[in-house]
Design a protein around this ligand. Sequence first.
Ligand code: FAD
Length: 379
Amino acid sequence: MIKRTVFESEHEMFRDSFRKFLQEEAVPHHHEWEKEGQVSRELWLKAGQHGYLSPTVPEEYGGVGVDFRYNAVVDEEIANMGLSGIGFGLHSDIAVPYIMAYGTEEQKKKYLPGCVNGEIVTAIAMTEPGTGSDLQGVKTTAILDGDHYVLNGSKTFITNGQMADLVIVVAKTNPDEGAKGTSLLLVEAGYDGFAKGQNLDKIGMKAQDTSELFFQDVKVPKENLLGAEGMGFIYLMQELPQERLSVGLNAIAGAESILQQTVDYVKERKAFGRNIASFQNTQFKLAEMSATLTMARVFVDKCLDLHINKELDVVTAAKLKLLTTEIQCDVIDECLQLHGGYGYMLEYPVARAYADARVQKIYAGTNEIMKLIIGRSLV
Ligand SMILES: Cc1cc2nc3c(=O)[nH]c(=O)nc-3n(C[C@H](O)[C@H](O)[C@H](O)COP(=O)(O)OP(=O)(O)OC[C@H]3O[C@@H](n4cnc5c(N)ncnc54)[C@H](O)[C@@H]3O)c2cc1C
């Protein structure tokens, strides 16, 4: 593998300890969690104790205040070990950063320490049954009434939805306006009128809870508005590059891991009296995948480097999300083929990776939406 230069030795030490943590605390239970449709709360609490959740949160709010490369390490190791069901990325890279960026002092003091120690699991609820790609079409409303907003509507496909203690809800505070009427609200799981629907049955990422959420006349205190009223859409646009980087990091680490496992497999498996690895087709496929992943790795690391210098723009992040997830799905498909029938058996990591990877082209903005963003920047 090409030498990576984006990480320092302290990130690699963190990587070693996080990998050990996953081996001890997640790998032995993952199959059980897949059956249950969610990971245990204990995992979150233990991860919090070790500083693996939201490492970028500043010390004054209970965090360690390090750079996003620590999040990247967490994303990569979860993907490496085929544990994509663990929703730390959604929490640390996507939801919590909204509170850090737009929260008031009171909100940060109230919520961030729990986000770091694992007592507060977060989710972000944008998608609704009637709208996903077109976020301006959100129908959930939050109408100000004295000292609180009255929240009504429903959301679907929400990652960490069953476990979430705190949900950032995208709602229209001014339903007559499109993007300008959109705001973000911090909604606690215990609020009256907030109900979680069923844990949705997916083709992959079986250990990750994905839920519908329902809001019926939920009284959300006015002080739980996140940032300014009407700025929700702009905040979403500002934070999405980090979400897409997170997806890209996961994609390439996951694909690299499956490629390595496939190399090991073809060296063992025999057909026509020879190792599968000895066939020219096998070597050519492996060579193509290795070359593609090397190129992708360089691009991901460059984007990570840009991001920690606050220079990752929306279009570059869209290119990253588009390319890495397409590459991930193509590589895993080829690797599955090289496993023959065993590749189709869920007992083999390549089969689970195949099912897990598919959603990467759908969430965080579909790949068609990525093409729209890139296309618009060109013409
Ligand atoms: C496992 C999982 C986890 C998720 N987690 C979350 C979460 O935590 N929070 C959250 O808010 N959402 C989450 N989502 C929702 C996800 O972000 C949406 O599914 C996604 O944005 C697409 O929206 P949609 O499903 O409504 O599809 P639609 O918007 O209905 O799109 C259907 C198809 O039409 C295409 N399309 C739409 N508009 C255009 C256009 N203008 N040009 C060309 N093609 C277009 C799309 O690309 C897609 O192929 C999750 C989804 C899944 C499956």
